[in-house]
Design a protein around this ligand. Sequence first.
Ligand code: PRP
Ligand code: ADE
Length: 178
Amino acid sequence: MIFDEFSIKTLIRPVNDFPKPGVVFRDITPLFQSPRALRMVIDSLIQRYVEADFSHVGAMDARGFLIGSIIAYELNKPLVLFRKQGKLPADVISQAYQTEYGEAFLEVHADSLCEGDSVLIVDDLIATGGTLLAAVQLVKRMGAGIHEAAAIIDLPELGGSRRLQDMGIPTYSLTAFS
Ligand code: PRP
Ligand code: ADE
């Protein structure tokens, strides 16, 4: 199936002033309600990464889980969950971060990666980059490396993809909204 960016974009709904005044929330639920659009998104990510040399998929809580788990399944890679504070049951390492509309801690199980592992980190959207940058820090603290940061949507005006690239993290998104 050919990737049709226009039809993907029409299935990402802008919601003004959610969750805070001034934020235009990019809602992916219509995209996930379209089997054709979801297949297009996943197929293009699979096509990009099927030959790539990395060991793990890392998915961001919670919307990143939606695509991360499918990619891990399709590429037969182990899936590492990066979760918001207090959700993971065993020993964790923790990293503070800020997003477009809040601040939080991101956590991962301390034994989930080793030196030499290479992680494709995935999320639905890059805004300030706070979430993915926190994941980068956690991956590095375990001695592992980043293959690439991937998302469906980039919001370049919020500077996240630039911040990731400035940190030396290759960054890829399927579409962007300015
Ligand atoms: C959203 C989105 C990304 C993050 C992007 O998650 O799914 O994870 O914000 O923003 P950033 O680039 O500024 O970090 P959110 O924290 O709203 O959580 P959710 O997935 O549980 O809705
Ligand atoms: N996460 C951070 N900023 C966002 C936005 N504008 N829309 C959807 N998710 C987001």
